[in-house]
Design a binder for this molecule. Structure first.
Ligand code: SAH
Ligand code: SF4
Ligand code: F3S
Length: 424
């Protein structure tokens, strides 16, 4: 049996797409393996959100060039956001790659296999549960229409295209039949789900439909855009019993001028009011955000506004990134990358230190409490999984807890995780 290895970096969308590619390869008779060196076919699922991600892709492409010299029979396929519209140019630059296909353009992958004489016609290709985890990602909307000035994603993933609501419901029902208990609905901006569909359903409608599926325990969704998150959605999260109390709401900056230059479409005050409204309706909520430090022209004072907002909002999780100019984006064309790397790193570290303290305080509340965890697997002798509000929990005891909803009494906490004993 030929063997495949899929290398994935980037966001959950890439993970979901790699899951699909794995299911497809399984369905045409390939077998997964654990390393490049053991594979007959390698798929690189790439990310270019920052230069550091792109550098990793370039490094891996270089490594595989060497490997291909040693094993000329190795096939190399590349997908993800590294693949731009100029595929001919990519082929010229990387002649050792057998096929480039854009994110989600599976028909091109299928065409390539057909070109190799591997007929896949008549095969039923479906998302299938290829890992023992009870959690699955389900893309609901592809692309992004927002064009935040720093972001390359709309250039690589194109404009928004929502999947029909019925198709998503069928897919989730099929996953649940295979034992999936938790789904995470994915999109660059899940709050704009459905605007391009004939009957204009929205995310709240989709959540309502999914909530009525028997045997599904938890529903999550990401990422939200603060300018599009509606009161109707807040109501749905609060009232639907399977929708988890966790919202990812990237703010990016706590300064109005920076937000304007980023083309985010909201002010700090509007963001603050939105968070208050969500917290008012969903008291157990955990909230995550994304921040970019060192956006072109960001002054100490403007950075100070971001810092104060984080102190005020007390997020459960903050993903901080150092601004990285992305060729082709509006910020890359209009602004000089004026904040030095040294200052960017200082600001990055300052936020990390603040957030470590805040997250420690927030997580200390769980000490001695019993929480419900959906176990995703075992690492170093401990079960790991998440609470409904997305706290990572490691636990000991219990028999085979894999894939189960268990109760854990918390005995220890850190800024990043909780630890305890299984109590049922
Ligand atoms: N759609 C999501 C995020 C997509 S990209 C949203 O609207 O928030 C994921 C994160 O990468 C972003 O939230 C942002 O914080 C970061 N990011 C995107 N482009 C970046 C850039 N050029 N430099 C640094 N960080 C960036
Ligand atoms: Fe990028 Fe903005 Fe779209 Fe998010 S909403 S993917 S940050 S352009
Ligand atoms: Fe990266 Fe593309 Fe996701 S650039 S973050 S893989 S949408």
């Amino acid at each position: 049996m030929p063997r495949y290895f899929i290398w994935t970096i980037g966001c959950q969308m890439n993970k979901a797409e790699s899951q699909w590619i794995a299911s497809y390869l399984d369905s045409i008779g390939y077998q997964a393996c654990a390393a490049f060196q053991e594979a007959n076919l390698v798929v690189l699922n790439t990310c270019v959100v920052r230069q550091s991600a792109e550098d990793k892709v370039l490094g891996t492409l270089g490594l595989l060039k060497g490997l291909k010299k040693e094993h000329p029979g190795l096939s190399l396929l590349v997908t993800g956001c590294f693949v731009d519209s100029n595929i001919e140019e990519l082929k010229r630059r990387f002649p050792h790659v057998d096929c480039f296909f854009k994110p989600g353009a599976y028909y091109e992958l299928i065409d390539w296999f057909q070109g190799q004489g591997i007929s896949t016609l008549g095969q039923e290709i479906n998302f299938s549960k290829s890992s023992p985890s009870p959690c699955a990602f389900v893309p609901i909307i592809q692309g992004c229409n927002n064009f935040c000035s720093y972001c390359i994603v709309p250039y690589r993933r194109g404009r928004e295209v929502s999947r029909p609501l019925e198709e998503i419901v069928c897919e989730v029902e099929a996953l649940v039949k295979q034992g999936i208990k938790e789904v995470t609905l994915l999109g660059q901006n899940v709050n704009s789900y459905g605007h391009d569909l004939p009957t204009n359903p929205d995310l709240a409608d989709l959540l309502t439909e999914l909530n009525s599926i028997d045997n599904i325990s938890r529903i999550r969704f990401l990422t939200n855009h603060p300018k599009d998150l509606s009161q109707k959605l807040i109501g749905a999260i609060a009232s639907l019993d399977k929708v988890c109390e966790h919202v990812e709401l990237p703010v990016q900056s706590g300064d109005d001028d920076v937000l304007r230059a980023m083309k985010r479409g909201y002010s700090v005050e509007r963001y603050r009011k939105l968070v208050l409204a969500i917290r008012h309706c969903i008291p157990q909520l955990s909230l995550s955000t994304d921040i970019i430090v060192g956006f072109p022209g960001e002054t100490e004072e403007q950075f100070g506004h971001t810092f104060s907002l984080l102190e005020e909002m007390r997020f459960d999780v903050v993903h901080v990134a150092v601004y990285s100019p992305r060729p082709g984006t509006i910020a890359w064309r209009k602004y000089k990358d004026s904040v030095s790397l040294e200052v960017k790193k200082q600001r990055f570290n300052k936020i990390e230190r603040l957030q470590t303290n805040i997250a420690t305080e927030i997580n200390s509340i769980y000490q001695g409490k019993i929480v419900e965890v959906l176990v995703e697997g075992k690492k170093k002798g401990k079960w790991y999984g998440r609470t409904r509000n997305d706290k990572l929990v490691f636990s000991q005891g219990g028999n085979d807890c894999s894939g189960q909803l268990i109760e854990v009494k918390i005995e220890k906490f850190s800024p990043w995780a909780l630890q305890g004993k299984v109590v049922n």
